[in-house]
Design a protein around this ligand. Structure first.
Ligand code: NZQ
Ligand code: ZN
Length: 382
């Protein structure tokens, strides 16, 4: 087992009606609030009204930035940061899924500087301080609600990258499973795939950590057991709660302690697919993970077989991969690029995207020769 530091300062409020104390919690940081949200789902499902009444209860001055896109872009972050800077906000309230919360995290470090936020991604500057961020999560998937990462894309340079810094931890994170009741079936399934993929990225990371492996098995089993019934009963509180907690645990470092790092090679492939074709993050992963497992099955057969044994009670790498594919298929996630309308003539475009994003894993390195094989496997799985 590797040395590790455990640190997670986010105060997580989990359960029914936890946002009843949202106003009071925000007030501790100030009354000038930058409210950040996405394309309008919170207005359709009533969450917006509840948030506004919490803010009104403390006489907050509200500055709204609406319109963060799924697969968020750096231009929105810069524009929202300007709004926050011009109005001298005390605190940021992010209400949404991973795209909104990731954007809010980067807004929080961009407000204090005069740079574009992309300069953080290119390591041209380092953040020195952050405006406090509080979030209300509305979609279970990414784990951003309790981790220090944020993913943004730059359509000009054709890059979708992750960024990590301890300043990005949220001060408070509100998780009421009821706020996920209206997430449609497809996005609920993508969230389940995403949380499984986070566990796999940890499992295939560097370093031997048996207890962290056991957390991986437990979280994936939870998703496999409770995900399918949830898809048939989208407003079931207990099932929503189980998946929501599983998604948080899958990427709040619980599965990483004792390792040098996760791998993240599949995520970097998925980011290229989302960047090029604007596909939901989870859908990119149900295509990329089986391809990566097939590509690696002769390099790390024992590790893949051990995973299959512990999760599906199967014995070989092939049986493990088949079991994952069957699960993703059962929840109607795509397994190959043609399932989302991407045909063979896109090979070069994807290859170029992988080159410009320097796709690789932290443990299992990938090079351009590997890219070709991986793209073939995503196009025509054997
Ligand atoms: O735009 P809005 O109105 O918010 O609608 C969203 C969006 O259309 C909708 N939605 C969210 N909550 C809803 C809802 N619809 C109905 N009812 C609700 N309660 O769902 C759509 C997708 O939302 P989005 O926030 O994009 O999804 P997700 O949470 O999967 O976030 C994806 C982003 O997170 C990044 C991904 O790369 C992607 O950019 N990730 C962030 C990570 C992190 N910070 O740790 C790790 C992940 O691996 C991932 O890379
Ligand atoms: Zn992910």
């Amino acid at each position: 087992m590797e040395n590790f530091v455990a640190y997670n300062p986010t105060k997580l409020h989990f359960g029914k009606d936890v946002t009843d104390i949202l106003g009071k919690t925000i007030e501790k940081f100030g009354k000038r609030v930058l409210l950040v949200y996405g394309g309008g789902s919170i207005k359709n499902n009533g969450i917006y009204d509840k948030i506004i009444s919490q803010l009104k209860s403390i006489d907050a001055r509200i500055f709204e930035y609406q319109g963060i896109k799924p697969n968020p872009v750096y231009e929105d972050v810069d524009a929202a940061a300007k709004l926050g800077r011009d109005n001298n906000v005390d605190v940021i309230l992010a209400v949404g899924g991973g795209s909104v919360i990731d954007s809010a995290k980067i807004i929080s470090i961009t407000i204090p500087v005069n740079n574009t936020c992309w300069d953080f991604y290119e390591n041209k500057i380092k953040p020195q301080k952050a405006i406090p961020v509080i979030s209300v999560l509305t979609l279970a998937a990414t784990g951003t609600e309790m981790n220090p990462y944020a993913v943004l894309q730059n359509n000009k340079t054709k890059q979708k990258w992750g960024y990590g810094n301890d300043l990005l931890y949220l001060k408070h994170s509100f998780l009421d499973p009821q706020n996920t009741f209206t997430v449609p079936k497809n996005y609920t399934a993508y969230g389940i795939t995403d949380l499984i993929a986070h566990c796999l990225e940890a499992y295939f990371g560097k370093g031997d950590a048996s207890l962290s492996d056991s957390f991986v098995y437990a979280i994936i089993k939870e998703a496999i057991k409770y995900g399918p019934p949830l898809l048939d009963d989208l407003q079931n509180y207990d099932l929503r709660a189980k998946i929501m907690y599983a998604a948080t645990a899958a990427l709040n470092r619980t599965t990483l302690y004792g390792r040098v790092s996760g791998d993240w090679g599949v995520h970097s492939i998925g980011h290229v697919l989302s960047l090029l074709y604007d596909i939901p993050h989870g859908a990119s992963l149900s295509i990329a993970y089986p391809a990566w497992l097939k590509f690696q099955k002769n390099n790390i057969p024992d590790r893949i077989a051990e995973l299959g044994k512990n999760i599906f009670n199967v014995n070989t790498p092939d049986e493990t991969i088949t079991a994952f594919e069957a699960f993703f298929k059962s929840i109607e996630c795509p397994l190959k690029l043609s399932d989302i309308g991407i045909e063979k003539n896109n090979k070069q475009i994807i290859f170029d995207g992988m080159i410009s994003n320097k796709v690789t894993g932290m443990n299992h390195k990938l090079n351009p020769e590997d890219y070709e094989k991986l793209i073939d496997l995503m196009l025509s799985p054997l």
